[in-house]
Design a protein around this ligand. Structure first.
Ligand code: UT7
Length: 320
């Protein structure tokens, strides 16, 4: 027995912000952003929250899976931009869709969050403890950006992606996950500081800080290694993979991974041109876009690979 994705859904905020829009409010240009990253526009939340986007994506995934919310056993959300420290986004989703019997929690693995959450759901299902799960990656990254730091704020976007998974004979083959906490400083965002009466008060808020080139080097070496590891473990050749669904950080990273694997770039679908980098949301949103377009066929072998803050990385090999 394994775990299979039986429905997908996604939601993007209504507010579309192009590179040219950004160039009106900061010192940047469409040319710089497109040539360095491939990003042309992104959605930035105005009225939406992390939970409201996640609820909409969940409703679509449930509909596609032909499941009712009260049948769901488990809700796991990969996010670093929860609306509240508590309740979790997963608990907010539970309330929003009335998944009354579900056990709900969030996990933090930044841009690898969806793949980490999927592995947790898979592990639970394999024990027999639960029969199905709703797994999400969702972010409102625009609230963690320093809008005076053009080197980061132009890269990220907001949105939510959801999948319903259940026990099945075919589906997930396996995972390769990893973490390197010693390199955590390369991509970080400090939480609120201690303000108890015994420490010096500070109202500083944390913003995302990224050593772009460090993260770039990490991604172009770790991602192909991780993909080859999971393929090797299951005796699958890269040429047998229909789609490599990678975290959408930068077109140059994706091209480099394709080259290292000696696989055509056509097998690497992308949505970063209109979404930017949505951290944990990237993979499930792209997957839902592919699903809506009818690109996913029964029997297709697919790779998911996320990488980012922590540092963390996570690859999953599955059959559709
Ligand atoms: O989701 C987590 C994973 N994250 C990633 O995978 C990100 C990985 N890193 C990258 O994708 C790239 O490193 C970036 C796209 C972030 C940056 O590209 P880069 O080629 O490494 O550029 P850089 O940081 O070396 O900056 C080059 C120049 C600098 O100017 P000087 O010092 O050479 O004069 C920057 O000040 O570009 C300047 N710059 C900008 N110019 C216009 C930085 N940001 C901007 C901007 N617009 N938005």
């Amino acid at each position: 027995m394994t775990t299979r994705i039986i429905g997908t859904g996604s939601y993007l905020p209504e507010n579309i912000v192009s590179n040219n829009d950004l160039s009106k409010v900061m010192d940047t240009s469409d040319e710089w952003i497109v040539s360095r990253t491939g990003i042309r526009e992104r959605r930035l939340a105005t009225t939406e929250t992390t939970a409201s986007m996640a609820i909409k994506a969940s409703e679509k995934a449930l509909l596609a899976a032909n499941k009712k919310a009260d049948e769901i056993d488990l809700i796991i959300v990969g996010t670093i931009t929860n609306d509240y420290v508590t309740p979790s986004t997963a608990c907010e989703i539970q309330a929003g869709i009335s998944a009354d019997k579900a056990v709900c929690f969030d996990i933090n693995a930044a841009c690898s969050g969806f793949v980490f959450a999927l592995q947790i759901a898979h592990a639970y299902l394999q024990t027999g403890m639960y029969q199905n799960a709703l797994v999400l990656g969702v972010e409102t990254l625009s609230k963690l950006m320093d809008w005076n730091d053009r080197s980061t704020c132009v890269l990220f976007g907001d949105g939510a992606g959801a999948c319903v998974v259940e026990k099945s004979d075919v589906g997930i083959y396996g995972f390769d996950l990893g973490s390197d906490g010693k390199k955590g400083v390369a991509l970080s965002c400090e939480n609120r500081r201690n303000n108890n009466p015994y420490v010096e008060h500070s109202k500083d808020l944390g913003y995302v800080r990224m050593e772009g080139q460090e993260v770039y080097k990490f991604a172009v070496t770790t991602v192909p290694e991780s993909i080859l590891k999971v393929l090797g473990k299951h005796s699958v050749d890269p040429s047998e993979i229909t789609y490599f669904v990678l975290h959408q950080a930068n077109v140059r990273i994706i091209q480099s991974v394709a080259k290292r694997l000696q696989v055509s770039e056509d097998k690497f679908p992308m949505n970063l041109d209109h979404c930017g980098n949505i951290s944990a949301g990237s993979i499930p949103i792209l997957l839902d876009e592919m699903n809506q377009k009818g690109m996913l066929k029964k029997g297709d072998k697919i790779i998911f690979s996320g990488f980012g803050g922590g540092l963390t990385w996570g690859t999953c090999l599955l059959e559709w």
